[in-house]
Design a protein around this ligand. Sequence first.
Ligand SMILES: Nc1ncnc2c1ncn2[C@@H]1O[C@H](COP(=O)(O)OP(=O)(O)OP(=O)(O)O)[C@@H](O)[C@H]1O
Length: 493
Amino acid sequence: MTAPRLLLIDDSAEYAASLTRALRSTYRVETAQNATQALEHLSPPPDAILLDLRLIPDSDDTSVALSLLQELRERLPNSPVLVITAYGDIDQAVACMRLGAADFIEKGKGLSELRARIEKALAQARMATRLRQLEEELAIVEPRQLIGESAALREVKEMIAAVARDSQVTVLITGETGTGKELVARAIHASGPRTQAPFVPVAIPTLPPTTVEAELFGYEPGAFTDAKRRHLGFIERARGGVLFLDEVGELPPETQVKLLRFLEERTISRLGGSEEIHVDVQVIAATNVNLGTAIRQGQFREDLYYRLKVCEIHLPPLRERREDIPLMVEHFLTTLRAKGHALTGLSAEAQAALERYDWPGNVRELRNVLEAAMLKASLRRHERIELEDLPLDVVTGASGRLEGQTKPAALTKSSRGPRPLEEVLAEAELAEVERALSACGGKKSEAWRLLGLNDRFVLTRRVRRLLERFPQLAAHFEQVQRAFRPRNKGEKR
Ligand SMILES: Nc1ncnc2c1ncn2[C@@H]1O[C@H](COP(=O)(O)OP(=O)(O)OP(=O)(O)O)[C@@H](O)[C@H]1O
C-alpha cells in the first residue's frame, strides 16, 4: 500500500521542513507556504491536509487560513483538513470546526499526538468513503440509466448520445416535474468527456432570490456585509464539468443578464471582485414551466432563452408514453427485490391501475408509489402488491382531483348560505394542508407525507390548482399562501 499523501500548508519554511522530516517515514509530505501554492497541490486530492491557522508571516490574522479552509472543504470534501496553530484558542477551534475542519491541533503538542490525530482523521475519511459506497450500493432504486423504450424516450437517448459528443453545447431540458430531467442531465455528464469532472446541480427555487447571484458567481471578502471570506460560486465549482441549473425560469431578472453574459463570454467575476475568470463548464438548464409564456409575461429574457436552447431535449409526461410504465415498474421492483424485498410482483388489477393512472408527478411519483406499496404489501404479508396496497388516487384514477377528501369540520365551520360543493371541498382540503404545514414548521417538503400524498409535487400541483380555481379562499390560509403562491417578477419570498 502506498503511503498516504499529506499536504502541509504553513508559512514558516523552517517549521514545514522539520515537520516533513518527522513525518516522511510514514507519509508522502508535500508543502505549500501560502494559499496560492496550496491550490496547486489539489489534484489528485491529498489524503489529508495540515493547515496552519496563521498563514501571514508575523501576523495574528487568521482570515486567509479560514477562507482557504472553506475553499478546501468545498473543493475536496473527501480530504480531511487538520488545523494547526500555536495558540490553542477555543474560539478559533470552534470557527474551524464549523467550517468543516476534521481536527484542531496546537503546535506545541508532541509528534506522537500529531501522528495519532492524523491517523484518526485518515481512518474517519476512509470510513466516510466506505459508507458512501455502501449507501450507493443500497440506494433506493436510483437508476443510472433511463428506463423506457417508447419512441419519445428512444429519441431522448439518441439526443443524449449526440450532446455527449459535443461537450461545449448548452442544453435546455424541458418537461413536467418528475419526468427525468435531472436524470437526463446526469446521463449527458456520465457519457461525455466531462465525466471525471464534477456534476454540480443547482435547484434555483431553493436559493433565496437575494443570494442567487452570489451563490452562482461567488464573492470576494467584503462584497457585502456578511461576506467575510472568499466564496466559490457554483459555476466555478463545476469547472471542467457540468453545471445543471434546475428550474432556470425562476432566475431573478438581474441574474438572467449575468448568466447570459457568462454563456457568451465564458468568463465570470465574483461579486466584489474585478478579476475576469475564465471557466470552462457545460451548462445544462431545465424547466418544467413553459418559458415561452414566461417570456410573453416579461419574466424571462428571450435572448437568454435562445442562448440556452441551443439544443433542446423534451421529456413528455408519463401519461403520454404509457408503454414505458410496465418497463419502469419491472425495473423498480427488480431493484427493490435485489435489496431483499421478497415480493413476487403485482396483481393484474394493481398493474392495470398503475397503467391507467395519469401520474401528475410522473416517474418520481410512480417510484414513490411503488416503494410505499412494497412496504404496505410486506406489512400485510401479501405475496405480491395488491390493489389495496396502492393509494386511493391511483386506484380511482383521481390524479389530483378531490374524491374522498370531505372534511366535515370545515363544512360545519361555515355560517354562510349554501356554497358550491367544489368550493367547500377545496376549503376543507386547504384547511388540512394548513394544519399539516403548521405541524411541520411551514415546510411543504414534509407536509405531503402527513397528508398521505405520493410526493411534494403532487401537493404543490393540487394546492396551486385549488388556489387558481378559488382565489377567494387564499386569504384564509396564511401558511398555504406563503408556501405555495407562485412568485411574481422581482418579488422576494
Ligand atoms: N426514464 C426514467 N427511468 C428511470 N427512472 C427515471 C426515469 N425518469 C425519471 N426517473 C426517476 O424519477 C425520479 C425523478 O426524476 P428527476 O429528478 O430526474 O426528474 P425532474 O424532471 O428533474 O424533476 P423536477 O422537475 O421535479 O426536478 C428520479 O428518481 C429519477 O431517477
